[in-house]
Structure formats: C-alpha cells, structure tokens
Write a protein that binds this ligand. Structure first.
Ligand code: FAD
Length: 376
C-alpha cells in the first residue's frame, strides 16, 4: 500500500448521509424527468470521496467497510436511484482496479477515482447480455500499443464518464482496458428514455480502432473472462442490492405516511386491514433485504468464502422485494402516487430495472440453485 497519497479528509457515514440528503433534496424527480444529474452534484460527491467510499485510505479514499458503504448506498438509493447507479459504476470500476491492476496502475487510477474522475464499466454487447461468453469486442497488442474494436450497450454513466473500463477478448483470454472517453475512435451515444434510472447517463459505446498504450490493460490483461466478470459484478451486485434497500425504505416511508394521513370510510387507510397488509408486506420486505445485505457486507468485510453466494442472494431477494414493494406502495397511494415524478412512481420504474442488471433474476436463480445442488 502506498504511503505518499493523501487520504481524503475523514467523512463519517452519518455526515455523508446528511450531506447527500442536502445535495439531493427533493430534486430527484426533476433530474429523472430531465434525464440528467447535475454535474456539480456528481462532482461534489466525488470530491468528498463518496462515489466510491470503499477505496482504501492508502490510495486517497475513505476506506469504508462494505457495511458502512452499503448503508450509505441505501441512503442514496432511497433518494435517487440514478445517482446510486452512478455510485455503483464508480465503485465497480474502483474495485476492478483494486483487484486486477498492477501497483503502478493502482497508484495512478485509484486516487483519481477517489476524488476527480468518474468511471463506467462496459461489458454488455448487442449479442452478449446474460451470456457474456458471446462477447466479440477484441483487443490486440502490437509492441507497446493496443488496438480496441467493439460495441457496448446500455453502459450506466458512460454518457459523461471520464474513463470506460471495457471488457474485451485478448487472444483466447480476456482483459479490461481503461479507455479515456475522449480517446479518438470512441463514440458514445446516449440511450434515449430508459424505463427507469433515467438520469444515470446510460449510453451505447463504439470503439473503432482505438489506440492506447499497453499500460491501459489492467494487470497486463490475459486473465480469464469469468474471473474478470465475477470480480466486477460481485461489487456491482452488492451495491445494487443496497440500492434496493433504499428503494424499499423510500416506498415504506411514503406508504406509511400516506396510509396514516389519508382518510376513507371515516378512518385512516392504515386502519383498513387490506391496506395494513400492504404495510406489513412492505416492512417485512425491507427488513429481509436489509438483513441479507448486512450479511453479505459482513462476508465482504471479513473475507468470508461465502461472499459470492451471499451477494447473489442479497441481490436476488432485494431486487425482487423492491419490485413488489414499489407496486404495493403505488397501490397504497393510488392516484396520489400515480404521477410521473412522485417518489413511488419513480421507484416502481427504477426497481424493475434492478431485476435485470448485474445478473438478472433468472441468472441469480441459476447461481443459487447451482449452489444448493453442489454443496450437498
Ligand atoms: P438477455 O440476456 O437477452 O436475457 C433476456 C431474458 O432472458 C432475461 O430475463 C434473462 O434473465 C433471461 N435469460 C437469459 N438467459 C437465460 C438462461 N440461461 N436461463 C434463464 N433465463 C435466461 N451493461 C454494462 O455492461 N454496463 C452497465 O453499466 C450496464 N448498466 C445497465 C443499466 C440498466 C438500467 C440496464 C437495463 C442494463 C444495463 N446493462 C449494463 C446491461 C445489462 O447488464 C443487461 O441488460 C443484462 O445483463 C441482461 O442482458 P440482456 O438485456 O441482453 O438480456
């Protein structure tokens, strides 16, 4: 670990939660409708080290545990899933660098990711979604130059990111290439009007004969594709799972507030048993997701060998619970929540996407089934 890179000024998780609530305020709905996060909000969070708070202090980061980082991710997720998505991409990029880069690359990249630069992680292609073994993006090396060709789709945060961590084939192995977005041959086109997380800067990216120094290959490349993908996705899955805890908490709060204050048939909605059942379901969904995320983060923090399975389980349950709970919250608020820009309407759209990304519900089910079959 280097000792020459200054650590970010200490920010406690409690201070960070207050700061992000101030930064977002009640503007997430406006950002969603505009399809854009204010650059200064992303910059301010990044400057405070909060886009990727798990980056070690030795590399200029905050060095938070997965548990602290997860609770903060839930806080951001309760306010704005687009901002949380940008955090997830930044954290995935930083984690991939931490795990795969050589020392010089880590010393160069991690302090930037901890304070100034933003990053997106590009693996999906038009014909390679759940099945990333179908990836066709290639990188070839000649002397000290590499050449990158390919096409990635749906890359969160790519519209504005400074760096694109791009997965590619390298001969019969694989590599992650760190591509500055401004490199000649890189073309980025915004994904118009996604169902949810509309301000997260989703974009498709083309790499047409992009030339870079071979030092842009994380750890010199030549790793197995499954190792690279599992490394990046494990971080992403846990971050998305905590983000879903945030969606669950936002839905629970909105539903409880509304059911307590709105009267029909002479009493608060909450006193009608069928509405009360929705509230019970919302709370239990939030509690179950929280406990699974806490468990996965503890596995992460203690280096437990169970971390991969615990993370898949947390992501699977949290995203499904968030989808169902957002629908329940819209049901409780009815016409009051059936408005574009209302937090529960936004949650309803955002939550569904969480069942698709970082390993869809079906991919998680296959992994969990494989786990129970093979541990016998
Ligand atoms: P497909 O793979 O075509 O799957 C379609 C359906 O079939 C899914 O329900 C899937 O679960 C199911 N299915 C597929 N194979 C099987 C099987 N063997 N058994 C059972 N069911 C199966 N990609 C990036 O690289 N970087 C990003 O930052 C990023 N961000 C994203 C953000 C959003 C909001 C979205 C929607 C996507 C993002 N993606 C990103 C892409 C995402 O990773 C893919 O959408 C995801 O992997 C699924 O791939 P697909 O959409 O091609 O679906």
């Amino acid at each position: 670990m280097p000792d020459t890179i200054a650590a970010a000024p200490a920010v406690t998780p409690a201070d960070a939660a207050t700061a992000v609530a101030r930064l977002v305020g009640d503007r997430a709905g406006d950002w969603d409708r505009a399809g854009r996060l204010p650059a200064e909000v992303v910059r301010e969070l990044n400057a405070a080290g909060l886009l990727a708070p798990q980056i070690p202090t030795g590399y200029g980061g905050l060095g938070w545990s997965s548990l602290d980082s997860g609770e903060f991710t839930a806080r951001v997720g309760s306010l704005c899933s687009s901002l949380r998505s940008v955090m997830t991409s930044q954290g995935m990029a930083a984690w991939a660098v931490e795990r795969l880069a050589d020392r010089a690359q880590a010393r160069s990249l991690l302090p930037r990711l901890a304070a100034t630069d933003t990053a997106a992680v590009a693996f999906t292609e038009p014909q390679a979604g759940s099945d990333l073994s179908a990836m066709t993006t290639t990188v070839t090396v000649t002397g000290d130059t590499l050449l990158l060709h390919g096409h990635k789709v749906w890359v969160t945060a790519a519209e504005h990111a400074d760096l694109l961590l791009t997965f590619a084939r390298l001969g019969d192995q694989a590599a992650v290439v760190v591509v500055p977005r401004a490199t000649p041959g890189v073309r980025v086109r915004r994904r118009a009007e996604p169902l949810g997380c509309r301000a997260a800067g989703h974009a498709d990216v083309w790499f047409d004969a992009v030339r870079l120094p071979t030092s842009s290959l994380l750890g010199a490349g030549g790793q197995s594709m499954s190792l690279l993908v599992t490394t990046a996705l494990s971080y992403g899955r846990l971050s998305v799972a905590w983000g879903c805890v945030g969606i669950l908490r936002a839905c629970l709060t909105a539903a409880v507030d509304h059911a307590g204050s709105r009267h029909q048939f002479g009493r608060p909605l909450a006193h009608h048993q069928l509405v009360a059942r929705h509230l019970a379901d919302l709370w239990s969904a939030e509690q179950i997701a929280t406990r699974l995320c806490e468990h996965a983060s503890r596995c992460w923090d203690t280096g437990s060998p169970d971390v991969v399975t615990a993370t898949v389980l947390a992501k699977y349950v949290s995203s499904r619970n968030a989808t169902r709970a957002a629908a329940d919250a819209v049901q409780v608020l009815a016409s009051a929540g059936a408005v574009d820009g209302h937090p529960v309407a936004r949650a309803y759209r955002d939550a569904k996407l969480m069942e698709i990304i970082e390993g869809s519900t079906e991919m998680c089910q296959l992994m969990l089934a494989d786990h129970v079959v093979n541990r016998r």
